[in-house]
Design a protein around this ligand. Structure first.
Ligand code: SF4
Length: 386
């Protein structure tokens, strides 16, 4: 980690007494952030660039265009809740209105990581993923976790998951978004116990909690009941327009609605070509710094009592497809019970303050940034190796 902090973008005069905000972007990330932002600030408006959303209602807010709130933006800070890929255009759009980055508006990742530390001395993280199992009902050639290339897949014990979470919340005060992933997480054999574990021990420290599923499995009624009780949500990645596969999405949706579980159904998702492991990119050290900064990954993973900066590198390491490198993670064990100042290094890493400015894996990976215009066929299947 370099000495140059990444936690000093927001100037005190502008941000310290923040009360009112505007949310810019009410896609997947905006929806996940909404409740915790609403619990901490007055949301004066939600705006979006998607014409299909304009005029629709989300949580009692009528979604507006930027031009509809021309007066409001002069005196209200804007939190932009879009992926890095779209942020550049939105920044240009806001600058075109005379607004200045980090004074009048800020990207949500920077905001959450910096604001709560600076002004409340708390370690708040935007997003962390936890994998229950690396078994999956699909076998996608371009899986973001490279699972078809692993020699061995399997599930994590409930005890190890609990140890991870206990260690994590000894270091992190609050998490905005916990994504429960797999493989296919609904394959997990202890699903009921896992939901109970989160619900009982950690639910008050997490904003959004959601499973990411491919819609091939419908959990048992007793699990759905518990998910409803603890306000778990579900994000269904629907590949039915891309591939023919045996999904149970209509049945799953019916059940989720029956139990009052909020869900998102995501279709037509573009898949980035990460290159790894078959056609690796090959960036040099110098470009890798820019490449990682442009990527600005929010895919952080909790495993083995460590917080990994990048889920892709975690997966490549865990699957023994790439050598371990220490700077890819923070060892949470050694930060347990430490002061916020000592735990601040978690935030620095989350914002990409990493020794040398990049991860070794970034040299071989296409990333999520605007320098990656390569796409692959979404969810294309390949034969299983065994
Ligand atoms: S470029 Fe690839 S390895 Fe580097 S942070 Fe982004 S997704 Fe991770």
């Amino acid at each position: 980690m370099s000495d140059k902090t990444k936690l000093n973008c927001l100037s005190d005069n502008e941000w310290q007494d923040l009360k009112n905000i505007i949310i810019f972007g009410i896609g997947r990330q905006g929806k996940k952030m909404f409740q915790t932002l609403a619990d901490n600030f007055n949301i004066l408006a939600i705006i979006d660039n998607d014409e299909k959303k304009i005029g629709t209602i989300y949580q009692d807010y009528k979604i507006k265009r930027l031009d509809d709130v021309a007066e409001l933006i002069k005196e209200t800070k804007i939190i932009v809740t879009t992926s890095q890929y779209y942020y550049k255009d939105i920044r240009k759009q806001l600058e075109g209105k005379g607004l200045v980055e980090n004074i009048d508006f800020v990207m949500y990742q920077q905001f959450i990581t910096e604001w709560f530390y600076k002004y409340q001395k708390k370690i708040y993280l935007l997003k962390t993923d936890i994998s229950l199992t690396t078994r999956c009902t699909l076998n996608c050639k371009n899986c973001m976790q490279f699972l078809p290339y692993w020699d061995e897949v399997g599930e994590n014990s409930l005890e190890s998951i609990d140890e991870n979470l206990e260690c994590y919340f000894d270091c992190v005060d609050y998490l905005f978004d916990l994504d429960i992933v797999g493989g296919e997480p609904f394959l997990y054999s202890k699903l009921y116990d896992f939901v109970e574990l989160i619900g009982r021990n950690y639910r008050d420290k997490i904003g959004y909690v959601g499973f990411i599923t491919n819609g091939t499995i419908v959990p048992k009624d007793e699990v759905l009941e518990l998910m409803s009780k603890y306000n778990f949500q579900v994000s269904i990645t629907d590949y039915s327009q891309n591939i023919t596969y045996k999904h149970r999405i209509p049945e799953l949706i019916k059940k989720l609605e029956q139990y009052g579980i909020t869900y998102m159904r995501n279709i037509n998702i573009d898949w980035f070509d990460f290159g790894f492991p078959e056609k690796k990119y090959c960036y040099d050290d110098k470009y890798a710094v820019t490449h990682m900064a442009i990527c600005n990954s929010i895919e952080h993973v909790l495993d083995n009592q460590r917080l990994y900066y990048c889920g892709l590198e975690w997966s490549a390491q865990k699957g023994k497809l790439f050598e371990d490198e220490e700077k890819a993670y923070i060892d949470l064990q050694r930060l347990r019970g430490r002061t916020p100042e000592e735990r601040k290094q978690i935030l620095e890493m989350i914002l990409g303050n990493i020794e040398g400015g990049y991860l070794e894996f970034c040299k071989y990976c296409g990333g999520f940034g605007i320098d990656n215009n390569n796409r692959v066929n979404t969810a294309e299947q390949m034969p299983r190796r065994k």
